[in-house]
Design a binder for this molecule. Structure first.
Ligand code: ADP
Ligand code: ADP
Length: 224
């Protein structure tokens, strides 16, 4: 089965008295190893789609399959466990824990997943090294540049070796050169690990380097 599969996803928000039908029947198959760019203007529903795909938000209708398992039928505990095991999420803002070092931020999700500290630290060190942060592991987020912070956030997202990586404008808060660098390293990481990835970006040049591009038009997913 696809790493991630969405079928008939509908999502409506109430804004006061009016209903905003943001997702109107989304179908998407994301096979292992494929990187899909999610492009489109602000307000199109990209974040909503990523949140539903990432099991952070419930669809009103439709099914989210993670590795062939229907996550929408699970209770909250099982769904959270499935998310932690199989899905990594990168946001526009890093959301790192400010009191913890870069290494500890990458270790923590692994400890929560039940890995022994020694193994977690070893994997965190390797990941940060791959992302060019070997000499920044003991720094706290406040002591890191924006690009470094975002690379730590990427390391954290893949710390538990998820099958699926979801990213919502992962370089949207960075200057163009830094964005380029972080995006390159993100693509290299994803290609090297065989992850399935869905990456929202405003940057069409970045999107052109992914395997496939989709956009949201009036709540429906259209291939570009
Ligand atoms: P994008 O990520 O493409 O900018 P979003 O998914 O964030 O789009 O938002 C799509 C639309 O849904 C926007 O009009 C936004 O204001 C609205 N929206 C998103 N989340 C909520 C929410 N929790 N409550 C009400 N409206 C929301
Ligand atoms: P993005 O830059 O990803 O499009 P937004 O600014 O649209 O982000 O949304 C940021 C967060 O706020 C998202 O989690 C989204 O679901 C939520 N949100 C967006 N619009 C609204 C809204 N009108 N009411 C409540 N929450 C919203």
């Amino acid at each position: 089965p696809a790493a991630l599969s969405l079928s008939g996803i509908e999502r409506t928000y109430m804004q006061g008295e009016s209903a905003l039908h943001v997702l109107r029947g989304i179908d998407l198959d994301l096979p292992a190893g494929e990187i899909v760019g999610l492009v489109g203007p602000s307000g199109a529903g990209k974040s909503t789609l990523l949140h539903v795909a990432g099991l952070l938000e419930h669809p009103d209708q439709g099914t989210v399959f993670v590795g062939g398992t229907d996550a929408t039928q699970m209770d909250d505990g099982a769904r959270t466990a499935l998310r932690r095991r199989h899905i990594g999420f990168v946001y526009q803002f890093h959301h790192l824990l400010p009191e913890f070092t870069a290494l500890e931020n990458v270790v923590l999700p692994q400890l929560i997943a039940g890995l022994p500290r020694k193994e977690a630290e070893s994997r965190a060190g390797e990941l940060l090294g791959f992302l060019g942060l070997a000499d920044r592991t003991v720094h706290r987020p406040g002591e890191l540049s924006g690009g470094e912070q975002q690379r730590v956030a990427i390391a954290r997202a893949v710390a538990n070796a998820p099958r699926i990586l979801l990213a919502d404008e992962p370089t949207g808060n960075l200057d163009p050169d830094t964005a380029e660098h972080v995006f390159d390293i993100l693509l290299r990481l994803v290609h090297g690990t065989g992850l399935a990835a869905l990456i929202a970006t405003h940057n069409l040049e970045f999107a052109s380097r992914m395997d496939r591009r989709v956009t949201l038009k009036e709540g429906r997913l259209v291939e570009l």
